[in-house]
Ligand binder design. Sequence first.
Ligand code: NAG
Length: 279
Amino acid sequence: MGNEFVTCIFLLLLFLTLDPGVASNVLRLPSMNLVEQIEDDGHSSSHFHVDIVSLANYDPTFTVMKDIQVGKTIPVSFPYIKDLSPYQFLSREKTHHIPFSSKAISELHRFFSVFPGSKQAMEIEQTLKFCERDPPAGEATACLTSFESLTDYARGIIGSDSDIRIVRSSLISSSTPTLQNYTIMESKERLTGKVIPCHAEPYPYAVYYCHFQVNTDNKLFMVSLRGENGDWVDAVFLCHMDSSPWSVKSKALIRLGLKPGESEVCHFFPAYDLVVVPQ
Ligand SMILES: *[C@@H]1O[C@H](CO)[C@@H](O)[C@H](O)[C@H]1NC(C)=O
C-alpha cells in the first residue's frame, strides 16, 4: 500500500512535469492506467512486460521457399513464451502521453522506475535509438506504440479504405526443446505484395518496429509444422523475394551461403512478432 501510494504521488508529479495541459483532470492520467494495468496483470513487482532476454536472444532460422514443401523436415527454433498478453498493444489513450524519445530518457527512467545504467535502462535507450535512426534505403519504417498507430501506419501503406489483418504464429507448448526438427504438414500461400512485418522491441510496454520494403514483393505463407515432441505450430513464414539490395555481410545471406539477389530469403516468425496484411 505504502509503495503504491508513493508511486502514485510520484507519477502525479511526473505527469505534472510532462503534460501540464491536462493535469487538472487526474482521471485521465495515463500513468495511472499503466499502473492499473500492470497490477491487473499481476506484474506489480515489475513494470516490465516484455521479456527483454528472449527478445534479445532470438535468432531466426533463415531458409528458402523450397524448404517448406509438405513432408520435408526442417530444424527450427521458436522461442518459448507463456502467453502473448505482454506483446499486445496498449490503446493510444494509454500511451500517447508517455514520451517516446531519447530526449526524455531521464523522465522515462523515473517513469518506469529503472536505474540509469541498469540492463533495463540500456534496453530502453537502445530501443529508442534504434527507433530514431534513419530508415534503411528503400524502406518505410516506424516504431509503433499503440494499436491505433499500427492501424494508421498500415492503412497508409495498404490503403486507407482497406481492412487490415494481423497474423501471428501460434505459441509452442513447452520450453524444451526450442530447437528441434519440424515436419511440414501443410503450407498455404496467403499473399504476395503489401505485407508489413513488425518486430517486438524490448520496452516496458508493447512497441513494434514495422518496416515496409517499398517496391519489393514479399510472400506470406501460413505453415503448419509438427515437432518431434508432438507439438503443432501454425507459423507465419515470410519470404523476401528480392535480396539484391542486401549487404553481402547480412547474417541471412552468410548463413545460407548466398550472394545478394541470388535467391529469396525466408524465415519463420516467433509468436511475439506480427505481420500486417490486407484483409
Ligand atoms: C534433425 O534431423 C537431422 C537428420 O536426421 C539430424 O542430423 C539433426 O541433428 C536433427 N536436428 C535436431 C535439432 O534435432
